[in-house]
Ligand binder design. Structure first.
Ligand code: KDG
Length: 361
């Protein structure tokens, strides 16, 4: 189905479209390259008919499906931007990895062949090492503290780092606290991780943290995950309840534990060449819309993550509640990994994040 959809969507880049009248359609980038190796085969052609008289078109893609609050957030962004610019900016939204995975979409943004994506912070660390700090297990005690830190000075400092990568970070949205599922056994304590093959996001810290707990982690793009679970290539995975439910992982996984081991932020980002090509008033529109849609997305996401554990149990999954003591043992097992990463990344920056969290508590 995905291949079919891609074939329908992807065609050779055409010479003329409506992105600011730029002849080569690439928002500033002349020599269009495709993200062939990474999920999408050719640049996605803008739907000229739907775009109508729009001066600019934003192709916005995510990995999760159209039921997920992440996509509802993207639809809100579209609504706000089109309304505020009277249709001068047209937004095309894509879900379920139709435009590729997190990494390939970020690369497409760098090249200017896609305008928006909203990846988790974990894959961003492959472009900017410092972003791993947000994926330190058990870093944020709750989402309110996360909001305060991410929406404050510290969060902005990280968004600014994206500039050097030809990316423009506009806002933090929320993926949420990650929980473990697997098809082998109940996981109640750190000992139960022993030998479990767990898919993680493509991020070294995630891999080392799971190894420290005794698991056997395998990095993989989200677009390949359902099939890997179904075929038993991996025993388990970790994602917030909303994703586990809305992506139907309960069909191929039997056990769920509320490990809440990592708070995963999303970063709403834009291709910098495209952002820079927008007139200032339109830049303000997209800045504000990314934030407003983010507030809406966070609200929906929190409702979803609160609700969907119940649905997973109804669907027949065995739920194991993690005690504070068991969570503390997990944290202790991972502690040496965190110390190593803090030194390797930038101890002062890590301390600044710790301090901001303490101040927000
Ligand atoms: O759209 C975001 C997804 O592509 C991805 O970041 C979801 O948490 C995720 C995962 O496990 O890959």
């Amino acid at each position: 189905m995905v291949v079919g959809m891609l074939m329908m969507l992807l065609v050779v880049a055409c010479g003329d479209n409506n992105n600011g009248g730029n002849e080569l359609n690439n928002n500033g980038a002349n020599d269009v390259e495709t993200n062939e190796d990474n999920g999408a085969e050719e640049e996605v052609e803008i739907d000229e008919e739907a775009a109508g008289d729009a001066e600019f078109t934003i192709r916005a893609g995510i990995g999760l499906n159209s039921e997920h609050p992440q996509y509802k957030g993207l639809e809100k962004f579209k609504e706000l931007v089109e309304e505020e610019t009277d249709g001068a900016i047209y937004v095309e939204t894509y879900h379920s990895g139709q435009l590729g995975d997190d990494r390939s979409m970020m690369e497409a943004l760098q090249l200017g062949s896609q305008e928006v994506t909203v990846p988790s912070t974990a894959p961003i660390a492959n472009f900017i090492n410092e972003f791993s700090i947000f994926d330190f297990p058990f870093l944020f005690p709750n989402s309110e503290v996360a909001d305060e830190v991410l929406d404050g000075e510290v969060g902005q400092k990280f968004l600014d780092m994206l500039d050097d990568q030809n990316l423009k970070g506009l806002a933090y949205w929320e993926n949420g606290f990650r929980d473990l599922t697997n098809s082998e056994q109940e996981v109640a304590s750190v000992e139960d991780f022993e030998g479990l093959t767990i898919r993680t996001m493509e991020n070294d810290l995630h891999l080392d943290a799971f190894r420290a707990m005794g698991a056997n982690p395998t990095p993989m793009a989200f677009t390949e995950l359902f099939t890997a679970l179904q075929q038993g290539t991996v025993d388990g995975q970790e994602n917030p309840f909303a994703t586990i439910y809305l992506e139907g992982f309960y069909e191929v996984q039997d056990y769920v534990s509320d490990t809440h081991h990592i708070y995963s932020p999303f970063v709403f980002m834009m291709s910098k060449p495209f952002y820079d090509s927008l007139p200032e008033d339109y830049q303000t529109v997209v800045d504000e819309a990314a934030l407003e849609a983010g507030e809406y997305q966070r609200e929906l996401n929190r409702e979803a993550n609160d609700q969907y554990l119940e649905n997973l149990i109804e669907e027949g999954m065995t739920f194991t509640e993690i005690t504070d003591e068991a969570r503390e043992e997990m944290r202790e097992a991972i502690e040496p990994v965190l110390e190593e990463y803090a030194q390797q990344i930038d101890q002062d920056l890590v301390d600044e994040v710790y301090q901001a969290i303490e101040d927000a508590e």
